[in-house]
Design a protein around this ligand. Structure first.
Ligand code: PEP
Ligand code: MG
Length: 583
């Protein structure tokens, strides 16, 4: 039996606890034919099971603490919405009619059909929704198989989970929330990556978590003492007493450190030698501004607007988009809002169009983001007008994703001008001088950053995509996720080129990809010349702490040396050394 296991670290923090091995019993789906006279009865049985599933989810929602942030309870709302989704409901009913089969069988066939469509997608958000479909369908199946009275999978969760480390193959959002309600210490799951639900929820809830631990349930025994390190991805099994003492003291220090960090809330972010750094947050929905403001009253450097399209599975009207942006703006109370135009594409297409569209072999390289918008100017103009109208109500800037060349920018500016004249005709107010910027996510854009800088007001480095495209790996493919390396010399060179282009062209350069939120890179990025960070809300104060305790002069010197190194391992060692030296 190994003394330690390793997985993907997705939510920071160390915890110590006894293992609770959670077996999510998947329902066995029964298949049988029914007579045409029993069709109505079978449909009624399906409806009853669906209502029961709905009731269970509502009960869970009522069980969790009232002050649970909206972005967390939203996971349950998504499942409630899916229960009523016609693709799941109506098509299952039609299947019962057409095939004269039982409801379990019809539902299973429907889920398999939907999952096949999801498997052909390459978008992390939509991939996560595949898990949602399975979780929702499993809940209905349980109600169908066991009957409403006895069945509630959630009751199978032991009532005494306090301080336990959960070991599971996978967890539904409902499982996760119920377990968090019982104050568990952390999670270990066999499946999932950094974008899985468990990972997202664990980060939002501040619970240490490790995912992708192969065969964890086989290696970890119930009640065994574990130490879970959510920063390194390491799980120590039954560690000796002296290690436990060391981990306990690390936990105490970390608790105190996080408490102290709040002293920095709303203080300016500035290096010891006086360089002011802008620190903004990333959001996906207007409600996220509330979470952001728990850490800092600041602006938004990245608002991913495609989430609105994806969550509602339809193109929102200009009015709906305008209201949505205005809501975010109102919550920001005068701080700036950077609205990124939709990053939809062949792979992030709304599921309706996907079912009928052609098969895309390389969706990440396909009709995504600005390419998709320029292909459909009416769709794009709709959003441009909504953004412009919001700019009449507060400080708004517009950011264009996945730009590859200046001709795309020329076309965008032409469309923005068209949208402006339409609003003038309608006598609707907007900011005539709205700032327009582009994301640097494609190596070509970084290499030509000086050309883009000369036409735009700002640039923002999207390292998630920039790293994927530079190192030629699919960011959501578990098989190649080991290639993700922000410290690859090619990545650092592209970042440096972009920062230099900003300096020469007197244009602000920001970074809004995950690299900006990761404290191990903050000193290096400051030394390379990054002055604008847009980060996850719960990283804000950590990053500010590093900024406020750094001397920019020293970091510049050290970073220059690091940029001359050519081996990624040497670079990693040098960055670790830089962090040790100045922390
Ligand atoms: C990025 O690519 O770094 C980025 C911020 O955009 P997204 O993660 O939404 O693709
Ligand atoms: Mg991106």
């Amino acid at each position: 039996m190994p003394a330690a296991l390793k997985g993907i670290a997705v939510s920071k923090g160390i915890c110590i606890g006894q293992a609770y091995v959670y077996y999510r019993e998947l329902p066995e789906v029964l298949e049988y034919s029914i007579s045409k006279y029993d069709v109505d009865k079978e449909i009624k049985r399906f409806e009853k099971a669906r209502e029961e599933a709905q009731l269970q989810l509502k009960n869970i929602k009522n069980t969790i603490a009232k002050d649970t942030p909206h972005d967390i309870t939203q996971f349950i709302d998504t499942h409630l919405l899916m229960l009523n989704d016609p693709v799941l409901y109506e098509d299952t009913v039609s299947h019962i009619h057409a095939r004269l089969c039982n409801a379990e069988w019809a539902l299973q066939a429907q889920v398999e059909r939907i999952i096949k469509v999801f498997d052909e997608m390459d978008d992390p958000y939509l991939k996560t929704r595949k898990d949602d479909i399975t979780h929702v369908a499993d809940r209905i199946q349980r109600c169908l198989i066991n009957g409403p009275a006895v069945n509630n999978a959630d009751e199978k969760i032991d009532s005494n989970l306090k301080d336990r480390i959960i070991v599971a193959d996978d967890l539904t959002p409902a499982d996760t929330l119920l377990m968090q309600h019982q104050k568990i210490a952390g999670f270990i799951t066999e499946y999932g990556g950094p974008l899985s639900h468990t990972a997202i929820l664990a980060r939002s809830l501040g619970i240490p978590a490790i995912v992708g631990v192969n065969n964890a349930k086989q290696f970890l025994q119930a009640n065994e003492w574990l130490v879970l390190d959510g920063s390194t991805g390491e799980i120590h099994i039954d560690p000796p007493k002296k290690d436990l003492t060391r981990f306990r003291s690390l936990i105490r220090d970390e608790r105190q450190r996080r408490k102290n960090l709040f002293d920095l809330k709303n203080k300016s972010s500035q290096t010891l030698d006086g360089l002011k750094i802008t620190l903004h947050g990333n959001i996906d929905r207007p409600e996220d501004v509330r979470t952001l403001r728990q850490y800092e009253h600041t602006g938004v450097g990245l608002y991913r607007t495609e989430i609105l399209f994806i969550e509602h599975n339809e193109i929102p009207s200009e009015e709906a988009q305008f209201e949505n942006y205005k809501r975010a703006l109102r919550s920001l109370k005068g701080h700036p809002l950077t609205i990124r135009t939709m990053d939809l594409g062949a792979d992030k297409e709304l599921s309706d169009s996907l079912q009928h569209g052609p098969l895309i072999h390389n969706p990440a390289l396909g009709l995504r983001a600005v390419r998709r918008c320029l292909k459909d100017p009416e769709l794009f103009l709709n959003q441009l007008r909504a953004i412009l109208r919001a700019s009449g109500y507060g400080p708004v800037q517009m950011m264009i994703p996945m730009v590859t060349c200046v001709s795309e920018i020329d076309q965008v500016i032409e469309l923005v001008n068209q949208a402006k004249s339409e609003l003038k005709t309608r006598r609707q107010r907007f900011d005539k001088h709205i700032k327009i910027g582009a994301m640097i996510e494609v190596p070509a854009a970084a290499l030509a950053a000086n050309c883009l800088a000369s036409r735009l007001d700002f640039l923002s480095i999207g390292t998630n995509d920039l790293i994927q495209y530079t190192l030629a790996f699919d960011r959501i493919d578990d098989e190649v996720s080991y290639l993700y390396n922000p410290l690859h010399p090619a990545v650092l060179k592209l970042i440096k080129m972009t920062l230099d282009a900003g300096e020469t062209g007197s244009v602000n350069i920001s970074m809004c990809g995950e690299m900006a939120s990761d404290t191990q890179y903050t000193r290096l990025l400051l030394g390379m010349g990054l002055k604008n960070f847009s980060v996850q809300a719960n990283s804000l104060l950590d990053i500010k702490h590093i900024i406020n305790s750094s001397q920019i002069g020293q970091l510049r010197c050290e970073s220059e040396k690091i940029l001359n190194l050519s081996h990624p391992d040497q670079i990693k060692q040098a960055v670790d050394e830089l962090n040790r030296k100045f922390s």
